[in-house]
Design a protein around this ligand. Structure first.
Ligand code: HEC
Length: 189
């Protein structure tokens, strides 16, 4: 077999294996990310602008909070969810015109902290290592950017900012919310 084709086949097998593992594990216990919350909020909010308008507008955290709260769209959300939502929007919006997706869902919106954690914080250790610690934003950010174990992980500036804010607001999650095999940290962590 030609080596280019062999490489392609091996790559496909690895990708399928990774997808398989992700689906098999299931991360239902993870707190919602900014894009999950945004879609839910817009689904219920009758007088909010349409999503294209939302994702092409630049606002600060406080401005986003005021925008949605003036529309009565934050009722039913916990403080953590509101914080997660407004940080996500302030960091990731506006999406440039030439990058706007045709359909809006969690896979076409900029990745939320949840998605980034599920994808990248499971590559070397189980996700509980990330989700059972309490840290400030600066401490999370420093871990990602400066610790020798983590400064090699591929990322954009917006992704690490989003993830650090997500972890600050949402970690630690209660141990009981994790599946039994994830309640204890692996040895040496
Ligand atoms: C490239 C491999 C790798 C990836 C990917 C990775 N980690 Fe780690 N992480 C490590 C190693 C190795 C340790 C253990 C360090 C030790 O034993 O002291 C660790 C430990 C930790 C710890 C424990 C505290 C500490 O300083 O040891 C936390 C919290 C953590 N990781 C969070 C994360 C988060 C959040 C992500 C997602 C961005 C992530 N990790 C992705 C390799 C990785």
């Amino acid at each position: 077999m030609k080596s280019a084709r062999k490489k392609l086949i091996i790559t496909i097998i690895i990708v399928l294996a990774v997808i398989g593992v992700l689906f098999a594990q299931g991360y239902d216990f993870m707190p919602k990310g900014g894009s999950d919350i945004l879609l839910e909020v817009l689904d219920k909010c009758k007088n909010c602008d349409d999503i294209k308008n939302i994702v092409t507008t630049k606002r600060t955290q406080d401005e986003w909070k005021k925008y949605f709260s003036d529309k009565g769209a934050l009722s039913g959300l916990s403080d953590k969810e509101v914080t997660t939502l407004v940080n996500y929007l302030a960091i990731n919006m506006p999406i440039p015109q030439n990058k706007l997706p045709r359909r809006y869902n969690v896979n076409t919106l900029p990745p939320s902290g949840r998605l980034i954690a599920e994808e990248r914080c499971t590559l070397c250790h189980p996700i509980n290592v990330a989700m059972l610690e309490r840290r400030t934003y600066v401490a999370w950010y420093n871990l990602l950017v400066h610790s020798g174990d983590h400064n090699i992980i591929e990322h954009t500036e917006q992704e690490w900012d989003t993830l650090a804010h997500y972890l600050t607001a949402n970690a630690p999650i209660p141990k009981e919310s994790l599946p039994p095999e994830l309640r204890e940290l692996p040895p040496s962590y």
